[in-house]
Design a protein around this ligand. Sequence first.
Ligand SMILES: [Mg+2]
Length: 239
Amino acid sequence: MSVPDLAAVLWDMDGTLVDTEGLWSVTMAELAAHHGGELSAATREELTGSSLHRTVRAVRAEVGLDPGDADGVAADGRWLIDRTAEVFSRGVPWRPGAYEALTAVRESGLPTALVTSTYRELTDVALDTIGREFFDLTVCGDEVPATKPDPAPYRRAAELLGVDPRACVAVEDSPTGTRSAVAAGATVLVVPAEVPVPPGKRRVLRASLVGLAVADLRALLTGPTTDGSTDHRTRAAAH
Ligand SMILES: [Mg+2]
């Protein structure tokens, strides 16, 4: 049975590297307020790690506007992007240990990608804080045919890096992002931020990125996952 060597590290952005989920919560609530409504905590939680389109439709539904109105959805999407860009441009706060973990992986020479549901124009604003030098490439939510939890973003990143997704470790904070990476075939280091992530196949939970070493990421491809299975190894060997 062969275990693949770690070929690349694929980083989620919002909630994993930077605490933008909190900023998104604010701007989503502002969009609801802009329409004279209010966003429930349950909806905010459900939208963590979601695409812009899905977010806008859910906010519209919550405030009693038609989520199927394409013009309204487009206008609200624009509103939310502009408002969020303004907030991001003041700087995005790092998650604990994220800067050090990114630096360690970069210095190891492993290929890396940023894989985010956030649109390119907002990602570019966040990258002014994070630093473009940490990534060989970035895959944004508006550059793939389907966003997380679809496997498309992670598949696309692996394809562009020229690596087998099954030899990649993704770092994620949300259930949505974790499902996407697992479905793409990657093993996931899950560092939950706002929302708990259930245990499951090909995922290992960790409290924070503080003290994360490249050896810890390599070990993920060989160790048991949180459901105790070694499913990833048998799958890798089967291909
Ligand atoms: Mg996230």
